[in-house]
Write a protein that binds this ligand. Structure first.
Ligand code: GTP
Ligand code: MG
Length: 198
């Protein structure tokens, strides 16, 4: 890939209903926050370009409510990232986040960068998940972890910026061998990978 070529990366937000997925995206893309943010139906699509890193994010903000799930973005196999969001005031929301992580690990996209965002960090008095516990879980599972507040904007830019800086590196790493395919050392896969999906 030419170094000058723009990296277009799909980024999907997953997590329990009300954890703040839409609020994080809205804060990041538009610099806005609403105390009464409408629950997402299906999925919302937004883009954000980072000229300094030559990255364009195509952001899929999914619905936390099961009946509205739109999972298509998860199955994309190119440069991609997933932000799994939980609410630091809800231990249940961390459990839901963990089940999303397991699902993504099962998908096994070697290009996917996964981040765990502990959102609503402004609600320290109601905290139900300790930073240490969430960090330990993230480290065990190879996730990048950060606590955010869509309300105060704390760490919101950093979350997406960190993902953006990891993208080119993720692309440069040789792809993990798929079952049934043996890649000898030093050999590059030249043929485009065929996708069975979308
Ligand atoms: N205090 C505080 N409230 C937040 C924060 N982020 C989101 N909220 C509030 O939490 C509620 C839910 O936020 P949403 O962004 O709609 O959550 P969501 O994950 O998109 O929810 P679904 O679309 O239903 O899956 C809204 O009332 C937001 O104002 C935050 O960082 N701090
Ligand atoms: Mg939403």
């Amino acid at each position: 890939m030419e170094l000058s070529q723009q990296t277009v990366a799909k980024l999907v937000l997953l997590g329990e209903m009300g954890s703040g997925k839409s609020s994080l995206v809205l804060r990041y893309v538009k610099g806005q926050f609403f105390d009464y943010q409408a629950s997402t139906v299906g999925a919302a699509f937004l883009t954000k370009t980072l000229p300094e890193l030559n990255v364009k994010f195509e952001i899929w903000d999914t619905a936390g409510q099961e009946r509205y799930h739109s999972l298509a973005p998860m199955y994309y196999r190119g440069a991609a990232a997933a932000v799994i969001v939980f609410d630091i005031t809800s231990a249940d929301s961390l459990n839901r986040a963990k089940s999303w992580v397991r699902e993504l690990q099962r998908q096994g996209n070697p290009n996917m960068i996964m981040a765990l965002a502990g959102n609503k960090a402004d609600l320290e008095a109601q905290r139900a998940v300790s930073t240490e516990d969430a960090q330990a879980y993230a480290t065990e599972n190879g996730l990048f972890f950060i606590e955010t507040s869509a309300k105060t904007a704390a760490n919101v830019n950093d979350l997406f910026q960190e993902i953006a800086t990891r993208l080119p590196k993720a692309e440069a790493v040789p792809q993990a061998p798929q079952p049934g395919i043996v890649l000898s050392q030093g050999t590059q896969e030249l043929a485009p990978r065929k996708s069975v999906c979308c």
